[in-house]
Design a protein around this ligand. Sequence first.
Ligand code: DQA
Length: 148
Amino acid sequence: MAKPIFVLNGPNLNLLGTREPHIYGADSLSDLQARCEAKAAALGHTVVFRQTNKEGELVDWLNEARTEACAVILNAAAYSHTSIAIYDAIKAMATPVVECHLSNPQAREAFRHVSMVSPAAKGVISGFGAKGYELAIEAAVHLASTSV
Ligand code: DQA
């Protein structure tokens, strides 16, 4: 049995659907989970889908993914812009990481233009709303099955 794809979500993403829907869309976190599970199943994979508001918990899950996941999709939300701990955790992994954002942080406030995740991730998908999570599953499956 192949290892699952971890889909890890950071702070305030529990509020999706009601949180600034003009920026983050109408889908709830459960809707995103359903999209990820359906896309992964169609590609012969499974998903472990989690959300936390705590930075250290994201670090713990990234450490776990070193041995328990075939790939990781990470929307670290605001911690993307601040967390050296998350950068270090990704650098410590051979498991590929896809950075994912619903919005396009580069098109928003200047403080969102820096990502601590991007330099350590294999690639970034942002600005496509909920659809981006499905694209990230495709990217994760690709990375899990190739060395590119
Ligand atoms: C986000 C973008 C971040 O800048 C922001 O802090 C979030 C969500 C996104 O998915 O668009 O909480 O990661």
